[in-house]
Design a binder for this molecule. Structure first.
Ligand code: BT5
Length: 342
């Protein structure tokens, strides 16, 4: 009902619509309309109420509210149910609770800030206001060992969104980092203005995939996406600032977070549907095109195991294949990778 009221108010642009007209259109009492308007105001919508003329929508809050995301969202699965929080511990933890309770595929959890945002291996993830901190529940028919495939699907969706919306090349560093080139610098050489990208890549988005599984069956996968949109990196702890950036910083302007959220859901869903229809091979092909890991000298740390060599492939589970100096091929299913030489 609130969504319907909002849409009618939006259509009126700056004009007013009376409580009576709203009540007729929607078939509910004027008191019920008034109550919904109060609830919308509490959520942050600025709505003018005038006794004679009725209601007028003045502004929409800079929040990732359900009604804003749902409006015009072109997905079939993702965003079927949207949970929004101004603050939460971790969206991944909440989504996991939901999945355990049997909430179906496609539900998403969004928070404006997280107090216990997490990265992989219990690491901390800075989640101040202005970013996108989102988790989704998926129920793919995969083996537990194939869960890294879901990380690749999400990372591809994130990279594609950044490319399509802002024409920035985004790359994936195995297994879960989405990176972009820092600010394009304008340099004057021989009186000419040249644009140049800094060669170093910085992390703008990270993915955390968790799952509930029994032996050979995956019950659910929770994919957490942390994207630095309008986030001030200077507010991060010092040790997190290196090699980190935000889209606002690189583009030089604030970005439309609602638009980004809708697009990333659509792009991830496209890759997910492609995966369901055609398997992992076409996903892998796309991934390889924008991998910053393949062909590079790497040091991979997976638990106590350390493997150094050249990253030569990604296999059908999403595992990284490293060829060591001794010529042996090692397979890393999960871990951290440092690029060590070109
Ligand atoms: C990741 O871990 O990159 C996965 C991040 C996933 C975050 C999302 S937000 C929504 C959902 N709910 C959660 O609680 N989590 C997910 P990892 O590769 O382990 O990287 C973690 C490391 O990145 C940290 O140790 C820091 O060095 C750095 N870091 C922390 N906050 C960052 C940020 N906002 N942007 C870039 N780097 C960050």
């Amino acid at each position: 009902m609130r969504e319907k009221i909002l849409n009618i108010l939006r259509d009126r642009k700056e004009g007013y619509i009376s409580g009576e007209e709203l009540s007729k259109k929607l078939g509910i009492s004027r008191t019920a309309i008034w109550k919904h308007i109060q609830a919308l105001k509490r959520e942050g919508y600025k709505i003018n109420s005038q006794k004679r003329s009725g209601y007028s929508l003045i502004s929409v809050p800079d929040l990732l509210l359900r009604y804003e995301i749902e409006k015009g969202l072109k997905t079939k699965i993702l965003g079927k149910k949207i949970y929004h929080f101004k603050e939460i511990g971790s969206t991944n933890d909440f989504a996991t609770e939901l999945a355990r309770k049997g909430i179906g595929e496609g539900a998403i959890v969004i928070a404006e800030t997280q107090t216990k945002g997490k990265g992989r291996l219990g690491r901390e993830w800075s989640s101040p206001f202005g970013g996108l901190w989102l988790s989704m529940i998926l129920k793919p028919k995969i083996l537990p060992t194939q869960a890294p495939r879901m990380t690749v699907i999400a990372a591809l969706g994130a990279a594609k969104t950044i490319k399509k919306l802002y024409s920035l090349d985004a790359f994936i560093k195995w297994p879960n980092d989405v990176l972009i080139h820092p600010q394009v610098r304008t340099i004057r050489a021989n009186g000419r203005i040249r644009k140049e990208k800094s060669p170093a890549l910085k992390k703008v988005c990270g993915i955390l995939t968790e799952m509930g599984a029994e032996q050979d069956t995956v019950n659910y996968v929770v994919i957490g996406i942390g994207a630095n949109l309008n986030v001030d990196i200077k507010k991060f702890p010092l040790e997190f600032r290196k090699n980190t950036t935000s889209l606002e910083k690189e583009l030089g302007h604030r970005i439309d977070r609602v638009e980004f959220t809708k697009r990333i859901l659509e792009e991830i869903e496209n890759f997910y549907l492609l995966f369901k229809k055609r398997g992992f091979a076409p996903i892998l092909k796309e991934w390889k095109k924008i991998s910053t890991t393949l062909g590079r000298g790497v040091k991979a740390v997976s638990g106590r195991r350390i493997v150094e060599g050249k990253a030569v492939d990604i296999d059908s589970d999403g595992a990284l294949i490293i060829k060591t100096k001794a010529g042996k091929k090692e397979r890393i299913l999960a871990g951290d990778v440092t690029l060590i030489r070109n």
